[in-house]
Design a protein around this ligand. Sequence first.
Ligand SMILES: [Zn+2]
Length: 213
Amino acid sequence: MRMITLTKKKIKRLTLAGALTAAAVAVGIGAVLTSVGTQATERLLPIYCVERGDKKISLTFDVAWENSNTQELIDTLGEYDARATFFVTGDWCDRYPEDVKMFADAGHEIQNHSDQHPHVKGANVNELISDTKAASLKIKDITGKEPTLYRAPYGEYDNSLITTVQGMGMNVIQWDVEALDIDGKPLPEPVHGLWSGFLKYTKGRSIHAPALH
Ligand SMILES: [Zn+2]
C-alpha cells in the first residue's frame, strides 16, 4: 500500500497558496522579499487517504467514550469479513481492557488516539509526547503491538503535532469521509446500514466512524 498525503483538499490548498504567492509578488516585489521566508514555511498535513488501484476503503473508529457497541461492531465486521482500525485512547484502555483485547483478537488494528483526548493544536510538545507515549504503552501492554498510527483528538493538527508524532515513529491519520455521528446524533441507519451507504466510496477512501465516542 502506498501512503500518500495528496488529497483534493491538499491540491486545493496548494493551488490557493500558489495564487496567494502570485498575488503578493504582483503587489510589490521589493516589499514582499522579507516575508517570503516566513510564508514559505510548509504547512504539514496528516494522511487523509491512500491511493489504491483496487476498490477498498479504510474504515476507522475513534474510541474514547463507552463500550456498549463492542460486540455488535465485532459481529458486524465479522459478518462482512472486514477488518477495521480502532483508534483508542489510553484512558479507554484503562477502563475497558477486555474490549481492546476483543477487537485485537478479532483481527482488528488497535492504534493510538492519545491518552486523555486533549486538544493538541498548539499543545506543549513535552506534554504531547508524554500523552502519546502513555497511550502507546497501554495499547502495547494489552495487544503486544506498538501502535504505528495516531489519530489526533478532535481531528486537530498543526505542524508541531505532525513533526512530534512522526518523530515518535508514527504517522498521523486523518479521514476524508465522515460518518456524521460525531456530535452524538444518532446514525441515520443502524450500524449494519453503514456498509450499504459507504460501499459506494471506493479506491482508498478513509472512512471515519466515531461510533464509540
Ligand atoms: Zn476522539
